[in-house]
Design a binder for this molecule. Sequence first.
Ligand code: MN9
Length: 296
Amino acid sequence: MNPVFHGVFPALLTPFDASGAVNYNALRELVRWNLGKGVNGFYVCGSTSEAFLLTGDERKKIVETVCAEAAGKAAVIAHVGCIGQDMAVDLARHAKEAGADAVSSVPPFYYGFSFEEIKSYYFALAEVGLPVVLYNFVPAGGARLTAPQFMEFLSDPRFLGVKHTSSDFFLLERLKAFRPDAVIFNGYDEMFLSGLAAGADGGIGSTYNFMAEKYIAIEKAFRNGDLAAAQAEQKKANAIIAALLDCGVMPGCKVLCRHLGLDLGECRKPFRRLTEDQTRRLIAVYEDNKGVGNRE
Ligand code: MN9
């Protein structure tokens, strides 16, 4: 197991204030709350952070804020994904200066770039000098890389591993078998235990923001060989995740953070806020399945 990159990494939400600006104080609180629970690291400026609704300057300041708050306590992986290679390299250089431990990126998207073009992008990121975590997330517009294409990247030690937001656990297992020291993070929270069973070193997820303790408990039970306890905890998490998928994951995660005492504001438009009815139902499901870990 990699000594730094393993375990539970919340994919941090981005807090906004009433005027719609990034709320850096709330972000620091969110980091401290999760450090208190014992998370191993943070994934910053990814899908969950509304990365593509943020400006480059906001993304940089968010990375700086989280690196400062987590320094010496938890690892930071900065997602620097952009459509353009030069923009991504600029963010990666900045992440390195800010003290991030690794960078990560979706493949450049929208234009249907060829594998040669995707390689140009990722190898330019690798040149920056921080370890690179590939981000496999096809439903969000990411290219569908084949197993041999992943292996081509993983043959180069500058590629640390993969954030695997996919239910293709065969691929996850094959990549681990190909390079056992590659770090594979499970991406779908509802499949965290399945990912661990296939060999994942940990997970990165949006619902970790408010229930990291569940994933910490699942991983601990799994590694102790207590599959029944791990399944029971995953089942509770999944009831909450199913409710979130019904109303919108990111706006819903923010509702639950507010319910637990940390106001992260709303998501940026065109994300919609939950109706009062949706809010009530989501909180009820959360309360039925929460277990331990409230802020108080
Ligand atoms: O980081 C997350 N994906 C996105 C991975 O943010 C788009 C997951 O945590 C999912 O939000 C979650 C719900 O499907 O598993």
